[in-house]
Design a protein around this ligand. Sequence first.
Ligand SMILES: NC(=O)C1=CN([C@@H]2O[C@H](COP(=O)(O)OP(=O)(O)OC[C@H]3O[C@@H](n4cnc5c(N)ncnc54)[C@H](OP(=O)(O)O)[C@@H]3O)[C@@H](O)[C@H]2O)C=CC1
Ligand SMILES: Nc1nc2c(c(=O)[nH]1)N=C([C@H](O)[C@@H](O)CO)CN2
Length: 242
Amino acid sequence: MKEVVLITGIGKRLGYALACDLLNKGFGVIGTYRSVYPALDKLRDRGADLYHVDFYQQENVNQFISQITLAYPSLRAIIHNASDWLPDASKGDNKEHSHAEIMHKMMNIHVAIPYQLNLAFQQQLEHCEPGPADIVHISDYVAEKGSKKHIAYAASKSAMNNLTLSFASLLAPKVKVNSLSPALLKFNEWDDEAYKKKALAKALLPIEAGFEEVIDAIHLILKSNYMTGRNLQLDGGRHIRS
Ligand SMILES: NC(=O)C1=CN([C@@H]2O[C@H](COP(=O)(O)OP(=O)(O)OC[C@H]3O[C@@H](n4cnc5c(N)ncnc54)[C@H](OP(=O)(O)O)[C@@H]3O)[C@@H](O)[C@H]2O)C=CC1
Ligand SMILES: Nc1nc2c(c(=O)[nH]1)N=C([C@H](O)[C@@H](O)CO)CN2
């Protein structure tokens, strides 16, 4: 019987890379996606079970919970990867979202969704044999430092790290719960050279870590039988540098 891992936000970048890695290593993969990407068909062809879920639509979330509850009696792990990285619209800017909307979205995707899925799938995680199962919250270095340009995002990632403490206590010993807090993994295609230079200079190790850094850390957590309630900071020494 394959060990099944649920990954949120599987359509691109880290979520997609992690899904490919776990499939390569013989895991079963359940994934949620919001936007449709051609790469999703590659995951389906390899047996991934994909669900179209916009976590900002509660009815989507409720339906997803019902579907997984019916289809999966046990889960090896849940990886909370889905994330929106919205800047705080400053005064006068052409605001796509109000400040209230930005904070609501950030708290929704990084806190309310992991909270709901962890409680909804608690039994499936506890039924994992031989156990223990895992929950991994993918957070961010700025959760401990703050961010003047992503205030709501950083606050929500800090709250996500608090979920790790509460769920580690609630679910032990059948389920381990940990956070991963990367700093710079991968730029986006819209990042210009000036931004990249400034971002790289913030860490003692001035590199894009790459998604493998997180994937390797997830396997370390899955293999551990003694780490729970902790936050692995994958930040290139940024906590010293800046
Ligand atoms: N990249 C980096 O350098 C760093 C990343 N991190 C964290 O690592 C994780 C992965 O990062 P990365 O791959 O760059 O993230 P991306 O922003 O590139 O991808 C996030 C994924 O989450 C999905 N998502 C966002 N909002 C929703 C929603 N409302 N409903 C459903 N799905 C949603 C996106 O879907 P869609 O494609 O539709 O937008 C996308 O697939 C994130 O948690 C991020 O905060 C932390 C530090 C650095
Ligand atoms: N959901 C996301 N969160 C974050 C991203 C991202 O692309 N999506 N990127 C970062 C990096 O620190 C950024 O500087 C590199 O573009 C942080 N969080």
